[in-house]
Ligand binder design. Structure first.
Ligand SMILES: [Ca+2]
Ligand SMILES: [Ca+2]
Ligand SMILES: [Ca+2]
Ligand SMILES: [Ca+2]
Length: 347
């Protein structure tokens, strides 16, 4: 099966005001047969940063569930309004959109849906609540609604749901397990909590999941910081927000995994760091917003991966030495059957 998120043609980036149409999640068989539609309703805005949905077998029954943020007015795949947990008392006719099209009031939920039918299984209040909009970096509603999500084996055996809010300032990650038709909280990490200040403002437009310390439990790579499997901070470099990140055994002759991030500000350029300790292996500074960065093994004569980024930053080998310039920066692919990768762009 395939799950498709339909954004309306008037979908908006968070930075742009205006009303948007409804967002749908549709399920199809691979032969195109339509299975069900979830209509997120008028109180979920359409745009790239609002709906991060996960499709995975979280409860271990052999079939995938669908998890995403929902609101009063959301209709499940069987055609009914949400009615579990806090949604049992929702006013589904409420319209929380303000005159600029932002949704800065009203209840926010997290719902798990049955993958076979699209039926609501469980709904809980979204963690964290939006609280004061300006706590997230602005008062008009851009940064409060930056959401990320991922699947992680936090206990080393079964998959957990990780839902996150905020990355320019305050950052909160909430881990949930789906057990016996319920959403069970596992932990919450909040950069506002005592001792977590170094973790504010460090995240990217995405997160990654990897076991960076080799204990068989997954960690969350949250841009320039990493959250341990138990919901505690593991490290933060303080190099701040970036638009891309890559984690893996990028430098094979060095033990463990490495993380490559291009950074947006502070002249921080690009950094390669130890994924466990956060130790900077090398950094190349640049005064620009480095909006693109990519890594892959593309040159055989240098061991391991090469690294490149926008603003004319060139291609570096794993030691951080310049070895080339200018390939495209969006995607790489194994195209011609050897172990070196090729560029994929403009698709
Ligand atoms: Ca399942
Ligand atoms: Ca681990
Ligand atoms: Ca390595
Ligand atoms: Ca290489």
């Amino acid at each position: 099966e395939i799950i498709v998120k339909w954004d309306p043609s008037n979908s908006k980036d968070n930075s742009q005001s205006g009303y948007t149409g409804n967002v749908y999640l549709d399920a199809y068989k691979l032969d195109g047969t339509f299975l069900w539609r979830i209509d997120l309703g008028k109180n979920i805005r359409a745009g790239a940063h609002y709906t991060q949905f996960l499709v995975y077998d979280f409860d271990g029954d052999g079939m995938a569930e669908v998890v995403c943020k929902t609101a009063p007015g959301t209709v499940d795949g069987e055609g009914g309004f949400l009615n579990e947990g806090p949604a049992a008392t929702s006013d589904h006719s409420a319209d929380y959109r303000n005159s600029s099209g932002y949704i800065l009031t009203g209840e926010e939920y997290l719902t798990v849906f049955n993958g076979l039918s699209g039926a609501e299984m469980a709904t809980v209040s979204y963690v964290p609540a939006r609280g004061k909009v300006s706590d997230w970096g602005d008062s008009y509603g851009n940064r409060v609604d930056r959401f990320l999500a991922g699947v992680a084996y936090l206990d080393g055996e079964r998959p957990s749901i990780v839902m996150a809010r905020g990355y320019y300032t305050r950052a909160v990650l909430a881990a949930w397990d789906c057990r016996d038709g319920m959403l069970v909280p596992r932990w919450v990490f909040d950069s506002k909590d005592n001792g977590n200040g170094a973790y504010a403002g460090q995240d990217n437009h995405q997160l990654s999941v990897a076991d960076v310390d080799g204990d068989d439990f997954d960690e969350i790579i949250y841009g320039s910081c990493v959250i341990d499997h138990d919901g505690k901070g593991l490290h933060s470099t303080g190099l701040g927000h970036g638009d891309a990140l890559h984690v893996g055994d990028l430098v094979p002759d060095r033990p463990g995994l490495e993380i490559f991030v291009p950074h947006e500000s502070g002249g921080n350029g690009v950094s390669l760091r130890d994924a466990h300790t956060g130790e900077i292996i090398w950094q190349r500074k640049n005064s620009n917003d480095i909006g693109r960065g990519l890594t892959a093994d593309v040159i055989a004569e240098y061991p391991g991966n090469e690294f490149w980024a926008s603003s004319g930053m060139g291609v570096y080998n794993s030691k951080g030495e310049i070895v080339g310039s200018g390939p495209s920066i969006n995607h790489v692919i194994w195209w011609d059957g050897d172990l070196l990768r090729e560029m994929l762009d403009g698709t």
